[in-house]
Design a binder for this molecule. Structure first.
Ligand SMILES: Cc1ncc(COP(=O)(O)O)c(C=O)c1O
Length: 382
């Protein structure tokens, strides 16, 4: 049933996709006489609409009642599909957002006196308001520098050696982000190297996969090749940035690590009573590999944006553009001009590195509009 509906949706999806984008544009366009039109396309992949396939699956789930707290066909089918995609018998849990997914997964792997090694720009370090520390009852994050958003094992080793036995929190987990916060992608061999390093020191390997789909699409690999086969024990698999409204998956590839995680999620307020409405949009993503199509589209748009910025304006990305984000050094005056023209995006790294993020819904026209505005804004600067 899900498969047939998925097929039908698949055929009309790109037309619907373009309609969603242009309807939004023309609605906003009517307001444009008073002030510049707000353009959120590059601010974040959170600003995108729900993709048509997830929206349709949600509508289908809404057509009837069902058992609560995950005892429903949508939750079961998505969990089964995740096992199929990863080609292994793993444990799958739904939580509401990425912060909850990361925090609870890390809390599951740690005790209060442990620490989590992560990149200094990792979302868990910079953007989760101490939630990993809170939910683990005190596990400290150990932020480590590394080029292009990736962990540098020499720096990790040095940080471990700096720990002072019982006086320091005991390192227990290495957390990596895939794709990284700086728009790069760990290759399978890099993950294997980190996993081997972790294994030799009895550390778990956790992956923040808020943009896992973008990494799989970029590497064109089997999902297992950059997760459990490479040594990742727990993955937070993101759907929100890929096309759903909410609901992330916490996956444990070693089933024993998931022991009593359902209680942990419930205690943290992360057990959805109407779980089918978190699960159904995921069915929309995972059927017919829409998740990969969405991710490929976002990655292609980021590449196109980077290429046009370079060829038309000589602006080179600050980090390799390997997934869905482009990072640029920009002078403040140019940024002010672009903001004045309605473009929303923000500074990611001081003093002058800005992030332009692409989602599944960014169009070539959006990119051309942006390039045009960068060109004419740059032309007015002295
Ligand atoms: C790398 C990364 N991890 C996790 C998240 C999830 O965050 P949230 O709690 O806002 O869903 C985000 C969102 O921006 C992210 O960029």
């Amino acid at each position: 049933m899900l498969g047939i509906i998925g097929q039908a949706i698949f055929c009309t999806a790109s037309r619907q996709r373009d309609r969603v984008c242009s309807a939004a544009r023309s609605r906003v366009g009517k307001l444009a006489m008073a002030r510049p039109m707000d353009r959120y396309e590059f601010e974040s992949d959170n600003t995108a609409a729900i993709c048509p396939e997830s929206w349709a699956a949600l509508a289908e789930a809404n057509a009837e009642g069902a058992a609560s707290y995950g005892d429903d066909k949508w939750t079961r089918r998505v969990s089964e599909r995740v096992r199929e995609i990863f080609e292994t018998d793993c444990e799958v849990f739904f939580v509401f957002n990425g912060t909850a997914a990361n925090s609870l997964a890390l809390a599951q792997l740690c005790r209060s006196f442990h620490s989590v090694i992560c990149h200094e720009h990792s979302h868990i370090e910079t953007d989760e308001c101490g939630a990993p520390e809170f939910f683990s009852g005190g596990s400290k994050l150990l932020p480590i520098p590394g080029a292009n958003g990736k962990l540098d094992l020499a720096q990790v080793e040095a940080a471990i050696l700096r720990q002072r036995g019982v006086h320091s929190p005991k390192p227990r987990v290495i957390s990596i982000t895939q794709s990284t916060e700086l728009g790069t992608v760990y290759r399978g061999e890099e993950i294997e190297r980190i996993a081997e390093f972790a294994r030799q020191r009895s550390l778990f390997l956790h992956m923040d996969g808020a943009r896992f789909a973008n990494a799989v699409a970029a590497l064109d690999c089997a999902p297992k090749a950059i997760t459990w086969k490479a040594g990742v024990e727990s993955l937070c698999f993101g759907g929100t940035k890929n096309g759903t409204a909410a609901g992330e998956l916490v996956v444990f590839f070693k089933k024993e690590l998931a022991r009593e995680f359902d209680y942990r999620a419930k205690q943290a307020g992360q057990l959805a009573s109407k779980m089918r409405f978190l699960a159904a949009p995921w069915a929309g993503l995972l059927n017919n590999n829409v998740w990969l199509e969405n991710a490929r589209r976002a990655n292609e748009r980021a590449k196109m944006l980077a290429e046009k910025l370079t060829s038309a304006l000589g602006m080179k990305p600050a980090f390799p553009c390997e997934a869905s984000a482009v990072f640029l050094r920009m002078p403040e005056q140019l940024v002010a001009q672009l903001h004045g023209r309605g473009w929303h995006f923000y500074k990611f790294i001081e003093p002058d590195i800005y992030r332009l993020m692409c989602s599944w819904s960014v169009t070539e026209e959006d990119i051309d509009d942006f390039i045009k505005d960068v060109k004419s804004s740059a032309g007015t600067l002295s």
